[in-house]
Design a protein around this ligand. Structure first.
Ligand code: CP
Ligand code: NVA
Length: 300
């Protein structure tokens, strides 16, 4: 049987993604009750991080431990990959030792190359282009708070980045309308816009964009690897800050999400991040449950 990888949300069908979200809810209950299924007994996950992480690392590591398995952390500088060992070699070697590999890296093509040389499932733990694991958690959070996301209006504010691209994929798979409010020159990928155009629109004016929104989402203005552009971006993105004035234009029961880490006073105000519509802490916690369900899906 062909090895399944999770490189973008499109790696799985809608039904498969929904089954992962449902299983994540059940696994979440188990954590509350401290009564864990050890479905991944003796299984090992290798985690390669070429960029920093808090949530992704801890959720995968804790998740593997709770399921009876083990996770190995390879840091950007502490492995031979950081000293230039080819990704193709690392993929083939790790495939002989572990059951699944999570990779956080820069160019998405690097992840695709890695997967093509791996005999075991490869999970995208974030690339420059996509962050599908975060979407599993965001979708779980929406379903738990509001039910189905189908036909809802989701508004993305800020950079047309990796998270925005994953929301675009989600819009097409789950049939919701996504409005992307971004400054000129920071639009999402043109090719992806073309293939998702039935579900995704671009709106320059943030207040217009958030009208009738059921879910408002943002992310940092400069992603990992773009730190040198931070000052320039601050000026261009300033009108797109999610603050209480903006949230007042959305539906009264709209939720606010952010994958974190957040920069208070930049892409989101303190009042919104800590306010009653924000579900960011629950969303972060859901990384654990949704990725446990993902690991089971790939390995059981
Ligand atoms: N949201 C997210 O992926 O967080 P980390 O960078 O801390 O893993
Ligand atoms: N867009 C952000 C997401 C961090 C989880 C980045 O790539 O840095």
């Amino acid at each position: 049987m062909e090895t399944r990888h999770f490189l973008t949300l499109n790696s799985f069908s809608r039904d498969e993604l929904l089954s992962i979200i449902n299983r994540a809810s059940a696994l979440k209950k188990q954590v509350k009750e401290k009564n864990y299924d050890t479905t991944l007994n003796n299984r090992v996950l290798g985690m390669i991080f070429e960029k920093s992480s808090t949530r992704t690392r801890v959720s995968f590591e804790a998740g593997m431990a709770q399921l009876g398995g083990h996770a190995i952390y390879l840091s950007p500088t502490g492995s031979q990959i950081g000293r230039g060992e080819p990704i193709e070699d690392t993929a083939r070697v790790l495939s002989k030792m572990v059951d699944c590999i999570m990779l956080r890296t820069f160019e998405h093509e690097r992840l695709e190359t890695f997967a093509s040389y791996s005999d075991v499932p490869v999970i995208n733990g974030l690339s420059d282009s996509f962050h599908p694991c975060q979407l599993l958690a965001d979708l779980l959070t929406y379903y738990e708070n509001r039910g189905s996301i189908e036909d809802k209006k989701v508004v993305w504010l800020g950079d047309g980045n990796n998270m925005c691209h994953s929301y675009m994929n989600a819009a097409k798979i789950f049939n919701f309308q996504l409005t992307v409010a971004c400054p000129e020159d920071y639009e999402p990928d043109a090719g992806l816009l073309e293939t998702t155009k039935q579900y995704v629109s671009i709106e320059r004016d943030p207040m217009t964009a958030v009208k009738n929104a059921d879910l408002v989402v943002t992310d940092v203005w400069a992603s990992m690897g773009q730190e040198q552009e931070q000052n320039q971006r601050m000026k261009q993105f300033a009108p797109y800050q999610v603050n209480t004035d903006l949230m007042e234009c959305a539906n009264g029961d709209a939720l606010f999400m952010h994958c974190l880490p957040a920069h208070r006073g930049e892409e989101v105000s303190e009042a919104v991040l800590e306010g009653p519509q924000s579900v960011v802490w629950e969303e972060a916690g859901n990384r654990l449950h949704s990725q446990k369900a993902l690991l089971e899906f790939l390995l059981c």
